[in-house]
Structure formats: C-alpha cells, structure tokens
Design a protein around this ligand. Structure first.
Ligand SMILES: Cc1ncc(COP(=O)(O)O)c(C=O)c1O
Length: 376
C-alpha cells in the first residue's frame, strides 16, 4: 500500500508548533554505522565522551548476576541506590532523584518548572538538550556565548541575570568547550541570579574537574533559599553510559516530589540501578579512570598546540579544537579513516570539533590521522 502523498505535511500540521521546529539532537554515529558506511576496520570512537577504561569490574559482576531477575519490575523509587548515594554524598536520600541518564532529569526539570514563554538562560555553545527540552516546553532560551578566550563571558552573564528568568541552567565544566566557572565566579553567579529563578547546575563532568578552583556546588547552594538542582552522572567517569543512569541533588525534598510527578514510574531500569550501586563502591576505578584520562588530555592538548591548533583549556574528558576549515568536512575526512569526532555546527563554532579523550592508542591514532588529513 502506498503512503498518502501528503503524509509528512499532515504530521507537521498536527505537531505542536514548538515541537515541529525543534532542532534534532545530534547523537552522532555508532561504531557499527561508521564501519558499515566507510568500510573501515579500525575505529577510534571519540564523539560521545565515553570512558575508555570501561565500567568497574564490580559493576560487570553485578550486571552478570542480575540477569536472572530481569522478569521483575525495577524499584521505581531507586531506594537502595539513593541510600548509597546519600551516604556517599552526605545528603539526605529524600533530596535525591535518579534518572534515565542525567539528561532525563534535565527533561523533568523543564517539564516541572517551565510555562510557555518562560525565559531560560543557558550557556552557548551548549549541551544540546539544555536548549531542546526547554524549547519543547515553549520556553524562550537565551544563550550566553563563551568569550573569544573560550571561557564563561561573565559581563554578559551579569547583564543577562538582571532580567528575571525561570531557569538558569549550564554545565560546569561546560560541554563542548570544557571551561569552568571557578568558586568565586560561581558564588557571584548565585548572588546575581534572580531570587525566584531555579538554578540547574549540570555537573556531568564533575569528577574530571576536581581541584582547588572548582566549586563545591552543593555546599555553596545549600546556603540558598531557592529551588536548585545539581546533576551528576554514571555515564562519564563511572563508564556506564550504555545503562543510562544519572542523579540529581535537589535543594529540598519538595523539588524531588515535584519532579516525581512528571517522571515515568520506572524511569531507571534494574540493571542500571544495580550496576551504579556497584560502581559507586569502586572509587579506585573512578580515580584510575580520571587520572588516566586527565593525563592523556594534558598531553594531547600540549601536542595539538605545538602543532599550531587552537585548543580550549579543558576541565573535562574532551578537547574543543579549532580546525583549518569547516568542522563537518574535517570530521568526514577523519571518519573515512575510522576516527569519529563531533563537529560543531552552531554559528560561530563551525570550525570546531570536539574530541573525547579515549585510550592512549585511540588518541595516538586520532593525532596521526588528523596530521594526515589536515597537513599539521
Ligand atoms: C553536559 C552534559 N549533561 C548531561 C549529559 C547526559 O549525560 P547522561 O548520559 O547522564 O544522560 C551529557 C552527555 O554528554 C553532557 O555532556
């Protein structure tokens, strides 16, 4: 049976206006896609900021033992994992929310807080979902672009914060640039954020940024009399991206109860809950991963700068690199050799690629292929 000719038009007409014009999230290609499309055998997958060390052996054992219980529904309240996180973080369990990845909690916050027309302030360039989920709720999103130095442009933030906003949301360290808001700047931002704004601080790369300058956001925010959320994830330093589990620390149990009303009841599957709990117990694995990745990041950035590239200072597990010509072209050439990176397309950043820090072998392969395709 042939499809009615106007089928696609019908969908566009039926769709909510603000959904129909949303940009699609660019999740990138999988290793299998690249293998098939380019007929390459060697793949260095450096486009999704995954952990090259993989999950903790303890998480792998927990997952293997879990398989026989797959017939049962998960614990919809993630009570056991919340109890473990509570002990780990020193935060009461009723102030924690667990999500199907931390991106799920971004979605819940947008669903729970945003009315049509509300203003959301975020960072540019940004993690796509900070903008997409807000726009899906018909909010108006204002992006504060990083400065020419690829750091937070504080004067622009201060001026944006003079007008009321329902949500102020940004990642620290930022994705894709990798810059951070330092402790004094973070305090200043909190002080200048309108009293009735909800602050959402996305710390997906928290573990990589630990150091003297990086704010202890929970301690800083705990003195605040406003709703706030700090988001973290098991996808990056813990190496569990495929299982989808992240968590949020909220200002109060009321915030968690509000988000609970809009989440699907079993949003985190059992395998994810069990593996995350086991991974949390293996902080040695996290520390080893972070040490290895940060060491590689520093060496890789130094090498690229010596070769004439402009590379943003990064506090995360990736580098934001300016290339000679169009980023998409560069990414395509790299991909034809099996190196998968993420090209940026937003106006102003169309010459930047984001490259995840992978295993030493994959990083070395990327550096060699980049020289081949770019001539330096
Ligand atoms: C800033 C930021 N927030 C959230 C996420 C989503 O992470 P998760 O896998 O926990 O959904 C990512 C993933 O790349 C990210 O870069």
């Amino acid at each position: 049976v042939s499809e009615p000719a106007n089928r696609a038009d019908g969908v566009a007409t039926a769709a909510r206006r603000d959904v129909a014009c949303l940009p699609a999230y660019n999740a990138g290609l999988s290793a299998a896609d690249v293998r098939e499309r380019y007929q390459v055998t060697r793949i260095a997958k450096l486009n999704s900021n995954e952990n090259p060390f993989g999950p903790s052996p303890r998480a792998i054992s927990a997952l293997t033992a879990f398989a026989a219980d797959a017939a049962l529904y998960p614990d919809g309240g993630c009570s056991s994992l919340k109890k473990d996180l509570s002990g780990f973080l020193g935060v009461d369990a009723d102030r924690l929310i667990v999500g199907n990845g931390s991106e799920n909690i971004i979605e819940l916050a947008c669903l729970a807080f945003l009315n049509p027309g509300d203003r959301v302030i975020t960072l540019g360039p940004s993690f796509g979902l900070h903008e997409i989920y807000a726009r899906a709720m018909s909010a108006s999103v204002e992006k504060i672009e990083v400065g020419a130095d690829l750091q937070f442009d504080l004067p622009s933030w201060w001026s944006a914060l003079r007008t009321c906003a329902k949500i102020v949301m940004f990642s620290n360290p930022s994705n894709p640039v990798g810059c951070i808001l330092r402790t004094a700047e973070f305090r200043d931002l909190i002080r200048r954020t309108p009293a009735d704004s909800v602050l959402v601080v996305d710390e997906a790369y928290y573990e990589f940024a630990q150091g003297a300058e990086y704010p202890d956001s929970i301690r800083e925010l705990d003195r605040q009399d406003r709703p706030w959320l700090v988001l973290r994830t098991f996808s990056k330093a813990y190496g569990l991206a495929g299982l989808r589990v992240g968590y949020g620390i909220a200002s109060s149990p009321d915030v968690v109860r509000l988000l609970d009303r809009v989440r699907t009841p079993f949003n985190v599957n059992s395998a994810a809950q069990i593996a995350a709990a086991a991974a949390l117990q293996d902080q040695d694995h996290v520390a080893r991963s972070v040490r290895g990745i940060v060491g590689e990041r520093i060496a890789m950035r130094r090498d690229l700068i010596e070769r004439g590239y402009e590379v943003a200072e990064s506090h995360a597990n990736f580098l934001f690199i300016k290339v000679r010509d169009d980023a998409q072209l560069c990414a395509n050439r790299l991909m034809a050799r099996g190196v998968v990176v993420k090209p940026w397309r937003d106006p102003g950043y169309a010459r930047y690629i984001r490259v995840s820090i992978g295993s030493p072998a994959d990083n070395g392969y990327f550096l060699a292929v980049l020289r081949d395709v770019n001539g330096h």
